[in-house]
Design a protein around this ligand. Structure first.
Ligand SMILES: Cc1cc2nc3c(=O)[nH]c(=O)nc-3n(C[C@H](O)[C@H](O)[C@H](O)COP(=O)(O)OP(=O)(O)OC[C@H]3O[C@@H](n4cnc5c(N)ncnc54)[C@H](O)[C@@H]3O)c2cc1C
Length: 264
């Protein structure tokens, strides 16, 4: 696998898959394929008022495809990077520069332990290629995906997870909605992911826990997992908050990137 470096990527598709949530597909030139480990991310160099800023996004697609990758991006109102990226027109084939692959949020061998993947919102992204890896390498590992969103329509990719559950007996999908509509159309679990993990797993001493999403959920789940007996060194986290982006800046500096290209 080649070390992280700057790559030119081309946007070829931009789909709205849920309210304010887009799936962007980028291609890479044949001479610069992207090999990555499930859980890793890319960092875009963007230009804001002539200054370079970086924004990072977990790779949402299969690690077996090296000529393209997909991202799951929440468009934040007034958010600079997410609005810029989600506003791009794929018909114009815009080219951007990313540093990739980055990140250490990757699977460790479960060695007989269960795996809990816990996400809210676009924190789901890294778990899609990770599930593919678990199924390929350790298919008899009991694997649980807890996925929380505010409204049922925020829960993307659910049909795919239901299909996966049917095909893979050790995989269990637990969607949770915190604000279902009053019409009773949501008949599934209601509340926050933390409550449901605690109810279903009062003892986490035999599990590896992977957490991804906004800082608040990740911090709460990290504390809870420890209280429920999960060893500290078996809890793995990826935070999407502002502090995390600072850490990411540091990572991006490692390879001393060239000045930011202007964005289309
Ligand atoms: C390693 C890593 C991987 C990431 N992967 C993804 C991913 O796969 N998908 C994804 O959508 N994001 C991901 N993020 C977050 C992403 O990098 C940006 O932080 C996010 O898109 C907001 O950037 P922005 O420029 O649009 O907003 P900014 O202009 O930076 O912020 C505008 C305002 O929005 C607030 N804000 C920032 N993020 C959120 C949020 N999530 N919800 C509500 N308000 C927010 C800020 O506090 C600020 O007040 C990841 C972050 C890291 C560090």
């Amino acid at each position: 696998m080649s070390p992280p470096h700057q790559r030119k990527v081309t946007l070829v598709s931009n789909e709205v898959v849920a309210p304010s949530t887009h799936v962007l597909t980028f291609t890479l030139p044949p001479e610069d394929p992207l090999e990555f480990v499930p859980g890793q991310y890319v960092t875009f160099y963007l230009s804001r008022n002539g200054r370079r800023v970086t924004r990072s996004y977990s790779i949402f697609s299969s690690a077996l495809h090296h000529d393209r990758f997909r991202l799951l991006i929440k468009r934040i109102p007034d958010g600079f990077g997410s609005s810029l990226l989600c506003g791009l027109d794929p018909l114009r084939r815009p080219e951007l520069v990313v540093l990739a692959p980055l990140g250490k949020f990757t699977l460790r061998p479960a060695g007989g332990r269960s795996i809990l993947l816990v996400a809210t919102g676009t924190g789901l992204a890294p778990f899609v290629p990770m599930l593919e890896q678990i199924r390929r390498e350790e298919p008899s590992t009991p694997t649980w995906l807890f996925f929380g969103g505010r409204h049922p329509e925020d829960l993307v990719h659910t049909a795919e997870f239901r299909t996966l559950e049917t095909a893979w007996s050790d995989f269990h999908f637990v969607p949770i909605v915190s604000r279902p509509s009053a019409d009773g159309s949501w008949t599934g679990r209601v509340g926050h992911v933390e409550e449901h993990v605690q109810r279903m797993f009062p003892d986490l001493s035999g599990a590896d826990v992977y957490l991804c999403g906004v800082n608040e959920m990740v911090n709460e789940m990290q504390d809870l997992s420890q209280r429920l007996g999960c060893p500290k060194d078996r809890i793995f986290v990826e935070r999407y908050g502002e502090d995390a982006e600072d850490a990411d800046h540091a990572a991006a500096q490692v390879v001393a990137p060239a000045p930011a290209p202007a964005c289309p």
